[in-house]
Design a protein around this ligand. Structure first.
Ligand SMILES: Nc1nc(=O)c2c([nH]1)NC[C@@H]1CN(c3ccc(C(=O)N[C@@H](CCC(=O)O)C(=O)O)cc3)C=[N+]21
Ligand SMILES: [Mg+2]
Length: 285
């Protein structure tokens, strides 16, 4: 059987055509959607992601405000900047690139961003809305995964969905999204016993563990749908996911590649949410 590759790059391109039109119509109304991106320190991977976000924003006509801080910045200084952006009426969305250096409490920073400028959907108020199936900004990676499944007409209702990883940015919100679409959801993690036994029963497996090429065909049933959220560099410096793509390709029905799967969708959803926040200005004026 041949695996179907889920093409996140293609889906992103198509969605971005629509987003560009929404930005144009905002700009015609005198609203310049603006995303503020804060990067602390010099982490190479973070710099690449932030750069990708800036390039995409520019392409769509979204303004960006790029703020770089030294890795030794104090928590107070960062909070002061967030407050300033919270009070800046020209800023629609605020993103603080994670992870942050250890002297800074990530949850404190996340909670300082006003929920209506929380473009990542990480604020507890927005996370709560997601878990109660109400509208609000949502975490971009799981939202992008839902868009991919929808694009490929893959049914979710009643399916067995197994999520590997319980992070606040992927695993936990992913479970809420899936529950909202009537899936039967299992979250597994590093303390899970008999992981393979659980994943082998899954119709849809979402892998977000941060271990290069960890999941092979033996973890999966025939015809499974596999979503690879991993972003790892292997010894040769090549970007690889959490799934062994070669092994899995022979067995499963659908697979997201790395690169070109979930990553581009994360960025596209970030842009979409910036636009959605900017569109709220129309009603608030
Ligand atoms: N506040 C915050 N919000 C985030 O959304 C956030 C974050 N912090 N910290 C890190 C993670 C990771 N993340 C990615 C975004 C794009 C790609 C991406 O574009 N990937 C490309 C390849 C990029 C490459 O070549 O390195 C692809 O998969 O095709 C990957 C990962 C956003 N994150
Ligand atoms: Mg985890």
């Amino acid at each position: 059987m041949n695996v179907n590759l889920i093409d996140g790059k293609k889906v992103s391109k198509e969605l971005q055509i629509k987003l560009k039109k929404r930005v144009s119509s905002l700009r015609q109304k005198g609203i310049l959607p603006k995303l503020a991106v804060i990067l602390v320190g010099n982490n190479a991977a973070s710099k690449v992601y932030v750069r990708n976000k800036q390039i995409t924003a520019e392409k769509l006509g979204i303004e960006t405000l790029n703020i770089n801080f030294d890795k030794n910045i104090s928590e107070n200084e960062l909070i002061k900047k967030i407050d300033e952006l919270n009070n800046d009426a020209t800023v629609d969305g605020i993103l603080v690139q994670l992870p942050l250096p250890k002297q800074i409490d990530e949850s404190k920073v996340t909670q300082r961003i006003l929920p209506n400028k929380d473009v990542d959907g990480f604020h507890p108020v927005n996370m709560g809305k997601l878990f109660t199936n109400e509208i609000g900004p949502q975490p971009c990676t799981p939202r992008g995964i839902m868009e991919l499944l929808k694009y490929y007409n893959l049914e979710i209702s009643g399916k067995n969905v197994v999520i590997i990883g319980r992070s606040n940015i992927v695993g936990r919100p992913m479970a809420a999204f899936m529950l909202n679409e009537d899936a039967t959801v299992t979250i597994t993690h590093s303390k899970t016993k008999n992981l393979k036994k659980i994943t082998r029963q899954a119709d849809i497996v979402i892998v977000a563990i941060g271990k290069a090429e960890f999941i092979d065909a033996t973890y999966l049933k025939d015809d499974a749908i596999v979503i690879d959220v991993g972003m790892n560099r292997n010894k040769a410096g090549k970007l690889v996911g959490d799934v062994n793509q070669t092994s899995v390709s022979k067995k499963v029905k659908y697979l997201t590649p790395v690169p070109g799967g979930v990553g581009p969708m994360t960025i596209t959803m970030l842009m979409q949410q910036t636009i959605e926040l900017a569109e709220k200005r129309i009603n608030n004026e």
